[in-house]
Design a protein. Structure first.
Length: 154
């Protein structure tokens, strides 16, 4: 059934967006096909979480599919919306997902506590890369929402 999903731009051609070329460069550096130091499964969970938080149907479908293709268990991918209330995720993943949530939503007044928690599990370089993964996904989800990348079944 998943292979029957197609997508249609309902608002504008993405090539018309001044951000599209920049987003492509960012995807080359931090997208799901890039070579990163960050664990591939963790990076994919972060992408899926950003997609889910931003309610981007295209990105949720794409990144849930990719999560399964790289070996993330279905239960974990399916449970991303309530990661904090699950034993499926490690403490390290939970810290990264909390960081992802506050960086994506951008409304938490004490961001420093999330950064400090990250320092318990990740190096400064890894934190910078994780931030870039999250920022990259936020650009893509907003671009896909703006262009109206809408799923439909064949």
């Amino acid at each position: 059934m998943m292979n029957d999903v197609k997508f249609k731009n309902t608002r504008f051609d993405p090539e018309l967006s001044p951000f599209h070329k920049l987003a492509e460069k960012m995807a080359d550096a931090f997208g799901y096909k890039s070579e990163l130091k960050t664990d591939k499964s963790l990076a994919q969970l972060l992408r899926l979480r950003v997609a889910q938080k931003n309610e981007c149907a295209f990105c949720v479908i794409l990144h849930a599919r990719t999560a399964r293709e790289i070996g993330i268990p279905d239960a974990k991918a399916d449970n991303i919306s309530s990661w904090w209330n699950s034993l499926l995720f490690t403490d390290k993943e939970k810290v990264a997902l909390a960081y992802c949530d506050v960086l994506t939503i951008g409304t938490h007044k004490n961001f420093q506590q999330y950064h400090d928690a990250m320092c318990e599990y990740f190096s400064e370089t890894e934190i910078a890369e994780i931030a870039a993964i999250i920022i990259n996904m936020n650009v893509w989800t907003r671009l896909k929402l703006a262009q109206g990348q809408t799923p439909y079944l064949m």
